[in-house]
Design a protein around this ligand. Structure first.
Ligand code: VGL
Ligand code: ZN
Length: 203
């Protein structure tokens, strides 16, 4: 077992991010068995779930004329317009059926406000509105995090960058994460994480 102050954060391992899903990440399902094995080592396991209403502002379909994967300006900054995905209560929003959700004590849902996206497990995309995860982890005595999941270059990277900013020690497991890789977003996210002091390794 890991030390009591260590938690595993599993980001968005949901059907819509896996092959066949609405915003499928290549080989997104290939990480599930490894995540299950890793979760058995941790006393604290948190799962996140992307959880959008159908009228969510991050969906290209809600911006007439906008193509999926184009970028628009929101009051809080640039926003990629995604295919409709992870709609509340739909099968695409459910966890991958092989993910061992029994291992988790906490599930954080994010992105449920229609007007603002939330890539990070800690803050919405204004980088200010909290999800509550920081308080949950601190009150459980957690100071060190291992992050895995989907997608490396969006929700995993945003979560990891917020976590170091909040003062957590952070390891991202690239081998147990998979990327969307839109216009070089993976290499950009990896260098930003390394520069921020995030350990990118099997640790
Ligand atoms: C994600 C794009 C839109 C992710 C979520 O989980 O990385 N990416 N919503
Ligand atoms: Zn989303």
């Amino acid at each position: 077992m890991r030390a009591e102050n260590e938690a595993l954060i599993v980001i968005d391992v949901q059907n819509d991010f896996c092959p066949g899903g609405a915003l499928a990440v290549k080989d997104g399902d290939a990480i599930v068995a490894g995540i299950n094995a890793l979760a058995a080592e941790f006393a604290t396991v948190v799962l996140t779930q992307d959880w959008h209403p159908a009228d969510h502002a991050s969906f290209a379909a809600n911006h007439p004329g906008a193509a999926p994967f184009s970028v628009t300006e929101m009051p809080y900054g640039a926003q990629v317009l995604w295919p409709v995905h992870c709609v509340i209560g739909t099968p695409g929003a459910e966890f991958h059926p092989d993910l061992n959700t029994d291992a988790a004590q906490m599930v954080i849902r994010k992105g449920f406000r229609p007007g603002i996206d939330s890539y990070s497990a800690f803050f919405e995309n204004d980088r200010k509105t909290p999800t509550g995860l920081e308080g949950y982890l601190r009150s459980r005595g957690v100071s060190s995090l291992v992050l895995t999941g989907l997608a490396t270059d969006y929700c995993v990277a945003y979560s990891a960058l917020d976590a170091v900013r909040l003062g957590f020690d952070v390891v991202v497991r690239p081998d147990l994460s998979r990327a969307i890789d839109l216009d070089g977003s993976l290499s950009g996210a990896l260098s930003e994480m390394a520069d921020a002091g995030i350990v990118l390794a099997e640790a």
